[in-house]
Design a binder for this molecule. Structure first.
Ligand code: SF4
Length: 247
């Protein structure tokens, strides 16, 4: 990894939305993915074809295993002499915060279906209006903004659940481990950022569409519970610095 070009570990605490990432040029993972796409396109292959993806994953595993063995050798760790029984991972599925996140995820999935229909209808109406009178630039811009906010809600509704689950799991499994504490705070921070962005997006939809107001409000109440829950459960997220993103 070229130290100056890439920010070490930046991809460990990001939201994986590479398309919108302001630091993608400093991310090793992103560079690797771009290289993968270019390589397959040059060979006339579809990089998203399932078989191609599986082949790449296999090669990645092989590479990771080689690096792991090299690291273990340098550290004097005998990989064949590791304890045979792994402790059962903690399952935070019944934690109240996971339940709320799960609830938010399910409600949002339905909400997005409804919102998508409304957006499509608005798009059609706009296209019809164009035939009669030139479209108002403002209407097009408004719809673009709504679509962008739809994407925000859609992207984060699953990520929030995954990150909360991970933060809880790391917290319960490794209470006193310093490295794991970063995982706890970093995961909670990403969930929190997703929550704040989703809240803003939901407020825009609330103002835009009267028919969706009640259900939008219900989602805002639910997501506010998550915001409070993260603050209570993971206070360290507030001071955690993500490599590259936080000063
Ligand atoms: S840091 Fe940015 S470019 Fe890299 S994986 Fe995360 S979102 Fe994608």
């Amino acid at each position: 990894m070229k130290e100056n070009k890439y920010i070490p570990g930046i991809y460990n605490y990001c939201d994986r939305w590479c398309e919108r990432c302001p630091l993608k040029n400093r991310c090793f993972l992103h560079a690797r993915e771009e290289k993968r796409l270019t390589r397959h396109k040059a060979r006339g292959e579809d990089p998203y074809d399932w078989n191609i993806v599986m082949q790449d994953i296999k090669e990645d595993f092989k590479e990771t295993l080689t690096l792991l063995r090299k690291f273990a050798e340098e550290q004097g760790i005998d990989l064949n002499a590791l304890p045979e029984e792994e402790p059962e991972p903690y399952d935070p599925s019944n934690h109240p915060l996971t339940k709320t996140a799960n609830n938010y995820f399910k409600m949002t999935r339905k909400y997005l279906e409804e919102l998508r229909k409304i957006i499509n209808k608005e798009r059609e109406d706009l296209a019809k209006r164009v035939e009669i009178i030139p479209p108002a630039e403002g209407d097009i811009e408004t719809l673009r903004g709504i679509i962008s906010n739809y994407e925000v809600i859609s992207w984060y509704h699953a990520l929030i659940l995954v990150k909360i689950h991970r933060a809880l799991q790391s917290k319960m499994e490794h209470d006193k481990d310093e490295f794991a504490q970063s995982d706890v705070d970093g995961s909670a921070k990403i969930a929190y950022i997703g929550i704040m962005k989703s809240m803003n997006a939901l407020k825009v939809i609330y103002d835009w569409n009267e028919d969706l107001r009640d259900v939008t409000l219900t989602l805002l109440v639910e997501i506010e519970k998550l915001r409070n829950g993260i603050d209570r459960e993971f206070p360290g997220h507030r001071t955690f610095k993500r490599p590259g993103f936080d000063k």
